[in-house]
Ligand binder design. Structure first.
Ligand SMILES: NC(=O)c1ccc[n+]([C@@H]2O[C@H](COP(=O)([O-])OP(=O)(O)OC[C@H]3O[C@@H](n4cnc5c(N)ncnc54)[C@H](O)[C@@H]3O)[C@@H](O)[C@H]2O)c1
Ligand SMILES: [Zn+2]
Ligand SMILES: [Zn+2]
Length: 339
């Protein structure tokens, strides 16, 4: 079978490998149909992900058809169309016992700490597969994982009906946050420095768009929220300035959700957090968000149509990475197809 890997930083490789076989009772063999290229896959490619171990079959956003199951697998059967939840955890540590396996001390992400989905066949535990809504195309299904990241950010920020939600950044992740925040009843304000990204965010239902390179972000937020500031701010740009802005603009009693893995320190005086009694929290990966996103798709409230920018056949994996990197200003999601 064909397998796509990052052999070492800077080297993508397409190779033939033996097909994996069922070993454990709860194993599910999946014939992969699509795998999405995420910013973090590009970081792994460039050796910029501190958690990645090489060589590594990349890919944590993948969907496919169940080909075979172990004897103990009861919830899925051959032929089912599924999306894979790409995280395993120890089940014992404090985070796991708190129901937060996404921050398990021993969390393993497929495609990062363990081999991922860029392979014709992949084996995953039964607990990691979710059956797709009927009629959902493979292209749309491959977007479920990124939308769980948006759902997690809203959950961590406690987005409630009527909240003003500011999403800094209308990149792939910012768009998923904005969509989910809208579904939770937020009035959504998106900021970016690229007009095309903001136009797309508005076409997906964002209520306000601010180009912070051309407009005064703080002034516009004051206008929109009547001087209150957004109640929830999610940083999906992930630079020093956007973290600082997030703390400064958020309303009293508000929540700031940080998505950044950035190691650059910020200069935020504690008084800005205390004075407004802000809750400042991180949001990493997701926990229990697959059923939430799938539920919104099933009910017809969340549409993923038109989100994918381009699909490349597996033989053009290198071209797909190049296209994604070179067109950052316009690409939302690039997929690899195994069909
Ligand atoms: N915590 C998590 O679980 C998690 C998961 C996925 C991604 N991330 C992080 O989220 C971040 C965004 O990922 P992405 O895939 O959406 O990236 P992206 O490059 O698609 O999006 C970033 C967006 O920010 C915009 N931008 C750049 N500078 C700006 C500024 N000064 N003000 C406003 N907008 C600005 C860009 O135009 C772009 O639209 C990355 O840092 C990534 O590591 C975190
Ligand atoms: Zn991703
Ligand atoms: Zn654990």
């Amino acid at each position: 079978m064909k397998v796509g890997s990052v052999e070492k930083p800077g080297v993508l490789k397409l190779a033939e490998r033996e097909m994996p076989g069922i070993k454990n009772a709860d194993d599910v063999l999946i014939k992969v149909k699509r795998v999405g290229i995420c910013g973090s896959d590009i970081h792994i490619y460039h050796g910029k992900n501190p958690f990645a171990v090489y060589p590594r079959v990349w890919g944590h956003e993948f969907v496919g058809e169940v080909a075979e199951t172990g004897l103990g697998a009861k919830s899925v059967k051959a032929g089912d169309r599924v999306v894979v939840e790409p995280i395993t955890s120890c089940g014992k540590c404090y985070a796991c016992r708190q129901g937060r396996p996404n921050v398990c001390v021993d969390v393993k992400v497929f495609g990062v700490h363990a081999d991922g989905g860029c392979a014709e066949y992949v084996i995953v535990p039964e607990a990691n597969v979710h059956i797709l809504p009927e009629g959902l195309s493979w292209d749309e299904a491959a977007l479920i994982e990124p939308f769980t990241i948006g759902a997690q950010a809203c959950y961590r920020g406690g987005v409630q009906n009527g909240d003003y939600v500011l999403v800094l950044g209308a990149g792939t992740i910012g768009l998923t946050v904005a969509s989910m925040a809208k579904l939770y009843g937020g009035t959504v304000i998106v900021s970016d420095i690229v007009d095309g990204k903001l136009d797309y965010a508005k076409s997906r239902g964002a209520d306000y768009a601010i180009n912070s390179a051309k407009e005064d972000l703080f002034g516009r937020l004051n206008e929109i929220t009547g001087g209150m500031g957004p109640n929830v701010t999610v940083d999906a740009v992930c630079i020093k300035k956007t973290f600082e802005d997030a703390v400064l603009v958020t309303s009293t009693a508000g929540r700031v959700v940080e998505l950044s893995f950035n190691e650059i320190p910020s200069e935020i005086a504690p008084v800005h957090i205390i004075k407004k009694e802000l809750s400042v929290c991180g949001s990493r990966l997701q926990t229990k968000r697959f059923p939430v996103v799938i539920g919104f798709i099933k009910s017809g409230q969340l549409s993923l149509a038109g989100f994918v920018s381009k699909v490349f056949p597996i033989d053009q994996m290198a071209e797909a990475f190049e296209y994604t990197e070179k067109n950052n200003a316009s690409v939302r999601k690039t997929l690899i197809s195994f069909e």
